[in-house]
Design a protein around this ligand. Structure first.
Ligand code: PEP
Length: 254
C-alpha cells in the first residue's frame, strides 16, 4: 500500500518570519497525523528556519528547485549538497512554472533528478500538459514525452526513490481542478508507463501526486482514486487551516 504524501509548494510566498509562523501552526494542527506523509516547500530564504522548527516532527521539508552541479561559478543557483546540509529531505523538480518562466526542459530536469538522488534528496518531479495540448487530444503524448525525457537513464533503485506529480498546467492556480476521473486516467497511464519501463512491482511502489487547485473540498474524492497517492498543493498550502484540512481529509480514504 502506498502512503499518501501531501506536499505544500509555497512558491515565492512568505518571508522567513511568516514561514516560521505558518509551520508553528502546522506543527500544532498536524502533530497527531502519522498516516499521511506531510511536506512543506518554502522559499530558499526560509528553508533553514523552517527545518529547525520542524526538526523531530512528522512534517518533512523540501526545496522548490536546485541546480545539478555540486558547486561552482553558477551565480544565483543552489546545489543539492547545500540543501542537504540544512537537513531538508525533498526537492521539487521541473515545476511547470520553472518550465514556463525559466526555460527548464526534460533534459535539465533529468540532470537535476540525478543530482538530487546522488545526494539522497527525494525529488518531486512535476509533469503535465497545458490547456491547448489537452484540448488538442495530446495529453498522453505530452506525458509520455516528459516521462521519457526527464526519467531517462534512471535505474529501478532510483525510480523507487522519486515522487511524481501530475499537474495539468491548466489546473494550476486557476481554481479549475481536473475531475477525479480525468486525473485518474492520466495517473493510470503514468503507472502503465512505469510498468513497461521497469516492472509492475516497481510501478506499484512509486507515489504519484496530483496537483492543480487541490482544496479541502476536493481532496477526499481525488485521493480515493486508485492511482492517486497524494497532492502537490500550491495556493491552499499557504494557510494553516486549508492545508491542515487537506491533510486530514485524506484520512477519510485510508
Ligand atoms: C502548484 O503550485 O504545484 C499547484 C498545484 O498550485 P495550486 O494548488 O495553487 O493550483
Amino acid at each position: 500500500m502506498r502512503k499518501i504524501i501531501i506536499a505544500g509548494n509555497w512558491k515565492m510566498f512568505k518571508t522567513s518570519f511568516e514561514a516560521v509562523e505558518l509551520v508553528n501552526e502546522l506543527k500544532r494542527t498536524l502533530s497527531d497525523v502519522s498516516e499521511v506523509d506531510v511536506v512543506v516547500c518554502p522559499p530558499f530564504t526560509a528553508l533553514a528556519e523552517v527545518q529547525d522548527v520542524l526538526l523531530e516532527t512528522n512534517i518533512g521539508v523540501g526545496a522548490q528547485n536546485m541546480y545539478w552541479e555540486d558547486s561552482g561559478a553558477f551565480t544565483g543557483e543552489v546545489s543539492a549538497p547545500m540543501i542537504k546540509a540544512i537537513g531538508v529531505q525533498y526537492v521539487i523538480i521541473g515545476h511547470s512554472e520553472r518550465r514556463q518562466f525559466f526555460g527548464e526542459t526534460d533534459a535539465t530536469i533529468n540532470k537535476k533528478i540525478k543530482a538530487a538522488l546522488k545526494h539522497q534528496l527525494t525529488p518531486i518531479v512535476c509533469i503535465g500538459e497545458v490547456l491547448a495540448e489537452r484540448e488538442g487530444g495530446k495529453t498522453f503524448d505530452v506525458i509520455k514525452t516528459q516521462l521519457d525525457g526527464s526519467l531517462v537513464n534512471l535505474t529501478a533503485a532510483e525510480i523507487e526513490n522519486i515522487v511524481l506529480a501530475y499537474e495539468p498546467v491548466w489546473a494550476i492556480g486557476t481554481g479549475k481542478t481536473a475531475s477525479p476521473a480525468q486525473a485518474q486516467e492520466v495517473h493510470k497511464f503514468i503507472r502503465e508507463w512505469l510498468t513497461k519501463k521497469f516492472d509492475a512491482a516497481i510501478a506499484n511502489k512509486v507515489r504519484i501526486q496530483y496537483g492543480g487547485s487541490v482544496k479541502p473540498e476536493n481532496t477526499a474524492e481525488l485521493m480515493g482514486q486508485p492511482d492517486i497517492d497524494g497532492a502537490l498543493v500550491g495556493g491552499a498550502s499557504l494557510k494553516s487551516d486549508s492545508f491542515t484540512a487537506i491533510v486530514k481529509n485524506c484520512l477519510q480514504v485510508i
